[in-house]
Design a binder for this molecule. Structure first.
Ligand code: ADP
Length: 768
């Protein structure tokens, strides 16, 4: 507004000044001309007075001027430049000055005019008039007022216009400014400018609003992008934390796995060291004493010989036990740990274990007690072999880890749980540290390796024992305090015992069957038929049975067996299941169909559950696994002949994962080599084996797999029977490879067998 008003005022001022300038000039000129015109009139009238030189007339003429109030003086000159008449205040006495205009201002306050007085063409004199400019000044003052009024008026109009202008221009702009400020402060892009302006400003507002639209849209887009970004950042952060958690877990898992692997590795190293010790100790015993007995030059008393032989037998038994443990663990790991529930007497089993281990306990000066916590059912449904094995482990450990005091076996039914038998084995031994209480149940784990070294052992016993209890429907738990002793509690399911006779007192007598190798079982005059294609087997079993007083006949295949049965009417048949001409299954079926009712015990080199069923289906009454364990054989035959009701008698399968083919140690038969007849059988077997090996090599190179499998099967059965467990295993593998038609594997296993055969040593003559 100031700018508008200022510029308008300046313009007006300039206009007024110009106008005033022009008006002053015009008014002055008018004033001058008015005086000149008056002088002209006077000059016209003054002709006669001059011509006549009539001063009075001239004076009267001049006096007529007095009507004009502005007139100051008037003079009338003659040609002689002398004054004829004067009027007014005589001030200037100087001659009048002519100007072209006819008048002249003296300063601004006065004006003078000079005219010649001419009559006709004769100049008679001069008139001089002088007047003041008061009228002019008055007019100028009036003029100045007018200009002033006009100026003020004009300025009012300008202000009025400016106000209107301001409303039309400044307000929209102010509004734009306000909106811009508000947006910049609040960042609120939804505000818009009111669209009340016109023309260019309207366009400006529209442009501004449009710009705001764009800004708002981009702001929204940015916000959206930012939100999206935030969402993505949150999602990514979550993903990252998940990933970090996963990695941390993986790391923990890895560390646990690493620790487990390291622990396993340590356990393996310890296990190998222990195993080596556990294998070498009895082997050294066997070899050392055999060496002594072999040496014909040494004089040995019969007592010493008996002692040596007992040591050799014990060492062999230890090895068998070890191999059995390893097999059990591998069966557990392969998920093929199987049991046979039959009717058995828990009392009898505990008594057997006690009587077997009493010797060891006595040797260490320990008391071995067996008590009943409650009445015990006479018969239960369980696996007697496994139950015996469990107790042997627990009581054996108790004896091993106790230096003095008492080992107590307490058996009884659990009152709170029906059909559960608990057998508690407690000792006053070294105890087990708390942190090892669970570890000792892992295979190959021992509470303390240094302790183990002091006591020996492989760390397999408890793992197997726990598995046995679980498989028998119970649990194995331990409580122990270091330096005080341990209590192992095994529970097993007994099956229903309702109606069973109850035993109230423990039996601490020594059972006949528990006396081990030196079996007293005899069956004089009983007719037994041995059917086996392996001569070694036949001879060995024949020898054992003959010594037990039996009348033995033999057959080398199923067909022969049928004939001999008809002829000799045996009271019991031992039937090998895999034979040429007619196998044991067909022979048994045939015999049963012909009405043979006496027991047929299957002999099989397989130790798997399916085999047993196959044998039973064929009509066998029981089955035994090769290699045949003599005491067990006698026990089963005795049982069958006396018709002892014990259900199916199953001997624990004897397999081995023996694979130490690279070992260069000599291999000896586990049969009693001091016995000429046994030795003869082994020598005979070894000779045959060498022939068979040559044949095997030739058929193997000709890829005659069927024959190879037959030969391997023979070696498996006969080798085991002759007391060569390594052969049994390797031959088993060869048989498998031959049946599968795998030439490379056959060659490998055959080489293994050849290496084992190389290491076989048979004493030349029995030591007496
Ligand atoms: P092994 O006796 O062959 O070492 P086990 O599996 O039978 O293997 O036992 C594992 C470990 O448990 C033993 O090495 C020993 O440290 C501990 N242990 C077992 N029974 C007893 C016991 N009665 N007293 C003290 N320690 C025992």
């Amino acid at each position: 507004m100031l700018l508008a008003c200022g510029s308008a005022a300046l313009a007006l001022l300039l206009a007024c000044v110009g106008f005033a300038w022009h008006s002053v000039d015009t008014l002055c000129d008018a004033k001058g001309r008015q005086l000149r015109d008056r002088a002209e009139i006077i000059a016209f009238q003054a002709g006669p007075a001059l011509a006549l030189r009539d001063a009075e007339r001239g004076r009267q003429l001049l006096e007529s001027l007095q009507a004009d109030t502005t007139m100051i003086e008037a003079r009338l000159y003659g040609n002689d430049r002398k004054t004829l008449a004067t009027w007014g205040e005589q001030q200037s006495i100087t001659a009048p000055v002519y100007s072209t205009k006819g008048y002249r201002f003296i300063g601004f306050s006065e004006v003078e005019a000079v005219r010649n007085v001419v009559v006709g063409s004769q100049r008679l004199g001069t008139i001089y008039l002088r007047a003041n400019t008061s009228d002019l000044q008055q007019r100028l003052v009036d003029f100045a007022w007018i200009v002033g009024y006009v100026f003020v008026l004009a300025m009012l109009v300008v202000v009025l216009f400016a106000t209107r202008l301001q409303r039309a221009i400044s307000r929209p702009i102010t509004e734009l400014t306000k909106v811009a400020q508000e947006i910049s402060i609040n960042a609120d892009y939804t505000i818009r400018v009111d669209g009340t302006a016109h023309a260019e400003l309207k366009t400006l507002q529209d442009a501004f609003n449009h710009m705001l639209d764009r800004v708002q849209a981009s702001e929204a887009a940015i916000q959206q992008a930012q939100n999206g970004l935030e969402d993505r950042v949150i999602a990514r952060t979550q993903e990252l934390s998940k990933e970090i958690r996963r990695r941390q877990e993986a790391q923990v898992e890895l560390e646990t796995a690493k620790e487990a692997a390291e622990a396993a590795n340590r356990a393996k190293t310890e296990f190998l060291a222990n195993m080596s010790h556990e294998i070498r100790t009895p082997l050294n015993g066997i070899m050392g004493f055999t060496e002594v007995l072999k040496n014909e030059e040494t004089e040995i008393s019969s007592e010493d010989r008996q002692d040596y032989l007992a040591t050799i037998y014990r060492s062999g038994a230890q090895l068998v036990e070890l191999i059995n443990d390893i097999l059990d663990v591998s069966k557990i790991e392969a998920g093929r740990f199987e049991l046979d529930r039959v009717t058995c007497s828990p009392q009898q089993i505990i008594t057997e274990v006690v009587s077997v281990l009493r010797v060891q306990a006595k040797e260490k000066g320990l008391q071995l007690e067996y008590k009943l916590a409650s009445e015990l059912p006479e018969l239960i449904q369980s696996d007697p072999g496994r139950l015996r094995q469990l107790l042997m482990n627990l009581v054996g450990n108790a004896i091993k880890f106790t230096a003095e005091g008492t080992i107590r076996i307490v058996a009884g039914m659990i009152p709170s749980t029906p059909d559960q038998l608990q057998i508690e084995v407690s000792d006053t031994g070294i105890g087990i540290p708390r942190e090892k209480l669970e570890v000792i149940f892992d295979p190959f784990s021992q509470a303390d390796s240094s302790v183990t070294r002091r006591f020996g052992g492989t760390g397999l016993g408890l793992a197997i024992s726990r598995k046995i209890t679980e498989a028998l429907g119970g649990r194995l738990t331990v409580q122990s305090e270091v330096g005080v002793g341990s209590v192992f509690r095994a529970t097993i399911d007994t099956g229903s015992v309702i109606g069973q006779a109850l035993i109230r007192t423990p039996d601490n007598s020594v059972p006949a069957s528990a006396s081990g190798h030196q079996s007293n079982i005899r069956f004089p005059g009983n007719r037994i038929l041995i059917v086996d294609d392996g001569e070694t087997n036949r001879k060995l079993i024949q020898l054992v049975l003959r010594r037990a007083g039996a009348e033995v006949s033999t057959a080398s295949d199923g067909l022969q067996a049928i004939h001999i049965t008809e002829e000799k009417k045996p009271e019991l048949i031992l039937m090998d299941m895999q034979m040429p001409v007619m196998d044991g299954y067909s022979a048994t079926r045939e015999l049963r169909s012909k009405g043979f009712k006496r027991p047929i015990i299957a002999l099989t080199a397989h130790a798997m559950k399916g085999d047993e069923e196959k044998c039973l289906q064929a009509g066998c009454s029981g089955y035994l696994t090769k290699p045949v364990d003599s005491p067990q054989l006698l026990e089963i035959i005795a049982r069958e002949l006396n018709a002892i009701d014990g259900g199916t008698v199953v001997a624990p399968p004897v397999e081995s994962s023996y694979s130490d083919a690279s070992d260069t140690d000599a291999i000896y038969s586990t049969l009693p080599m001091d016995d000429d007849e046994f030795r003869e059988i082994v020598v005979d077997f070894v000779d045959r084996m060498r022939d068979k090996l040559l044949e095997m090599r030739s058929v193997q190179s000709g890829n005659s797999f069927q024959r190879l499998a037959q030969l391997a099967h023979w070696l498996k059965g006969t080798g085991g029977t002759a007391g060569f467990a390594p052969l049994l295993i390797a031959a088993g593998k060869l048989e498998g490879a031959a049946l599968a038609g795998n030439s490379a594997e056959c060659s490998r296993h055959l080489s293994e067998i050849e290496q084992i055969a190389e290491r076989i040593v048979v004493p030349r003559s029995a030591v007496r």
